[in-house]
Design a binder for this molecule. Structure first.
Ligand SMILES: *Cc1c(COP(=O)(O)O)cnc(C)c1O
Length: 373
């Protein structure tokens, strides 16, 4: 910290640890000389994007000299029709991560705090701390009153203080894959009041097939302080293009728009997202593949006698019963990339994304080999 430039940074940024992404395939192949590596580390869609989306990108290439539509007219119209909400309710982001950052810039300051759960998505503390605001981290369920490691909304409500301006709820959460039900979340929204913005992050919405899982977009009309975020990065398979969105009433959307970069979503991403939204068959195939892959992985993990956190997302966090960092390294040498989650307060776990059947099998074989060694 004695570096003179480092000392010029704000205290929040000085204390910040950068987001640790999944290791890219190219990096593993470069470092280990492996050619057929498998990446199950970033919750990407193993089927890739819709072919319609790819076609839209090709068509859009001729226009890249022009700035994109800064208001995202077509994509907002397509989303509005799909979600049955007015287009003015939608804020587009360079990934939903961008929307989370807009929330921090619009509502947080060094005098304010954000509330989120232990084991919650790593971007919430990053955007909070980068602004200089403080984090109030609510303890997660211990397993007695709700899913172990899952958000405890009673504890989150208790963590809300006078200085709290934002509450982040990941539903389902990454990396735990846990979720909160309709009555519980609704009760939270009613009790927390309108003195704080509540962000419900539904990055994995499309994958969830639980009758009691709430579609929070349906509640936006009733709660002026509610913002629901979703993304094209996960089920729609467009992670590299960076496109996501928030849904809120217009006054909240207007505040986000004030801090939004003018051309935050590029034209290829906008065109691909419109096409992806229309390709319902591809989305169905993606969700089905994920459900089957989750069953395959769960059965394989049980056969290996490993505990895992039951997940409704496209990933599962597994308790490897020993130093997860070593297992992670050993899996890399087997050509399989997964994700250590010690930075999420889960030091004995590895997060595995659902892949194609052969990729899941490759992971299970490698994990069996590594754990037997
Ligand atoms: C992946 C993820 C996101 C954001 O992804 P973007 O690519 O920025 O849209 C947001 N929330 C959670 C919980 C995620 O896992």
């Amino acid at each position: 910290m004695s570096d003179p430039v480092t000392r010029l940074a704000t205290p929040g940024v000085q204390a910040l640890r950068p987001y640790a992404p999944g290791k890219p395939l190219s990096e593993l192949e470069r470092e280990y000389g492996i050619v057929d590596a498998v990446k199950l580390a970033s919750n990407e869609n193993p089927l890739g994007p819709s072919t319609e989306a790819l076609e839209a990108i090709r068509t859009g290439l001729g226009e890249v000299a022009r700035y994109p539509d800064g208001n995202g007219f077509e994509l907002k119209a397509a989303l509005a029709a799909r979600l049955q909400v007015p287009a003015e309710w939608i804020t587009l982001g360079n990934g939903s991560n961008d929307v989370l950052e807009m929330v921090a810039r619009a509502f947080l300051s060094p005098q304010h705090s954000a509330v989120f759960s232990a084991h919650a998505f790593a971007v919430y503390p990053i955007v909070t701390q980068a602004i200089g605001a403080s984090s109030r981290v609510a303890p997660a369920h211990d397993g007695s009153r709700g899913p172990k490691f899952g958000h405890d909304l009673e504890a989150m409500l208790a963590a809300v203080a006078d200085d709290t301006r934002v509450v982040f709820i990941a539903n389902p959460n990454n990396p735990t894959g846990t979720w909160v039900g309709r009555a519980e979340l609704r009760d939270f929204l009613e009790r927390v009041g309108d003195g704080t913005v509540v962000v419900v992050d539904e990055a994995y919405f499309e994958y969830v097939d639980e009758p009691d899982y709430p579609d929070c977009v349906r509640w936006v009309a009733e709660f002026p302080n509610l913002l629901v975020t979703r993304t094209f990065s996960k089920a729609h398979g467009l992670a590299a293009l960076r496109v996501g969105y928030g849904v809120s009433q217009p006054p909240l959307a207007d505040l986000l728009n004030r801090v939004r970069q003018p051309f935050n979503v590029n034209s290829l991403a906008q065109a691909a997202a419109v096409a992806a939204l229309a390709d319902e068959a591809h989305l169905r195939d993606s969700v089905r593949l994920n459900r089957d892959g989750m069953r395959q992985l769960e059965a394989g993990l049980r056969a290996l006698r490993l505990d895992f956190i039951p997940s409704v997302g496209n990933f599962v966090s597994v308790d490897v019963g020993r130093d997860a960092g070593e297992v992670y390294q050993a899996l890399l040498r087997e050509g399989v990339i997964v994700r250590p989650v010690d930075n999420y307060g889960l030091p004995g776990h590895l997060r595995i994304s659902i892949g194609l059947p052969a990729e899941n099998e490759r992971l299970l074989q490698a994990l069996g080999k590594v754990l037997a060694a």
